[in-house]
Design a protein around this ligand. Structure first.
Ligand SMILES: Cc1cc2nc3c(=O)[nH]c(=O)nc-3n(C[C@H](O)[C@H](O)[C@H](O)COP(=O)(O)OP(=O)(O)OC[C@H]3O[C@@H](n4cnc5c(N)ncnc54)[C@H](O)[C@@H]3O)c2cc1C
Length: 246
């Protein structure tokens, strides 16, 4: 319903955090609407808020919804230790984060990126520092003990943690980024508002009803609706391609 912004139990959730998460999104989006700007949508790969709202939209609620980490398919990247690196850009964009913490984050990013590049190329014996750090029993502080140059980089405790996590879990993190790229492609496949589900006769009845009710914004969102099968998604794709619009 246009111009109505609400959050919390009225949307079917239980819990303080769920209410607060939706509250900030409703507030930001109400303000953007008044300013005539595009809405702010977080997707499932960016934040638990994205997972929460997408679940509420596509799955509905039989009982009060609570956010569990297991609901997020990209939870390897949705960590509390990198919340600032994932989300502060949005806070800054919408005027909710002031210059000082934003600049501090830029400095932190620069030192993490610089250190990662340094670890990748600095050899100690037959191995790079990155290779040594990737060993299960190795920590960033061990590297400081074997490479004096590294200690001049003045990395904060949080910065060290980020470097350690990125090096140790590199393979898993890269794999998750590839999955997210695929997800974003589907997410970018927008379903225009003119789609007339009633007249796509090949769709199964249940799928048609759900699509009419939910009106998903993208093909990816349509695929997450319970009762919409991969075959229904194929039919929808053919229909959209046939209409020559995306
Ligand atoms: C006993 C108890 C313990 C809980 N413990 C936890 C916990 O430990 N952890 C946790 O995460 N969650 C807990 N919860 C759940 C959590 O409190 C709720 O999920 C959360 O507060 C819901 O927020 P909300 O904004 O949706 O609703 P509410 O906080 O209920 O806000 C709704 C507001 O609307 C007002 N209102 C209602 N009707 C009208 C009207 N007609 N006109 C104007 N105003 C109206 C009400 O007065 C109220 O202020 C607990 C809940 C209860 C009852």
């Amino acid at each position: 319903m246009e111009n109505l912004f609400h959050a919390g139990q009225i949307n079917g959730t239980s819990g303080y955090e769920e209410a607060a998460a939706q509250g900030i999104m409703a507030g930001i989006n109400a303000a953007l609407k008044i300013q005539g700007k595009e809405p702010f949508v977080l997707d499932r790969s960016e934040a638990y808020i994205g997972v929460l709202i997408d679940d509420l939209v596509t799955k509905g609620t039989q009982e009060p919804y609570r956010m569990f980490t297991s609901r997020a398919e990209y939870r390897l990247l949705l960590r509390h230790d990198n919340a600032d690196r994932r989300l502060m850009k949005y806070g800054y964009r919408y005027g909710l984060i002031s210059e000082q913490p934003w600049r501090k984050l830029q400095e932190k990013e620069d030192s993490i990126t610089g250190t990662l590049a340094y670890l990748d190329k600095k050899m100690v014996g037959p191995d790079t520092l990155a290779k040594i750090l990737s060993r299960p029993d190795s920590t960033f502080d061990h590297l400081l003990a074997i490479d004096a140059e590294l200690s001049q980089r003045h990395l904060s405790k949080e910065g060290k943690d980020q470097v350690e996590i990125e090096v140790k879990y590199k393979g898993y993190i890269e794999r998750q980024h590839i999955q997210i790229e695929k997800f974003k492609k589907m997410e970018d496949y927008k379903i225009p508002s003119w789609v007339d589900y009633q007249n796509i006769s090949e769709l199964r009845k249940e799928a048609r009803q759900k699509l009419l009710q939910i009106r998903p914004a993208s093909l990816a969102q349509a695929s997450r609706i319970s009762g919409v099968s991969p075959a229904d998604i194929s039919i929808l794709m053919i229909h959209l391609a046939g209409k020559g619009k995306r």
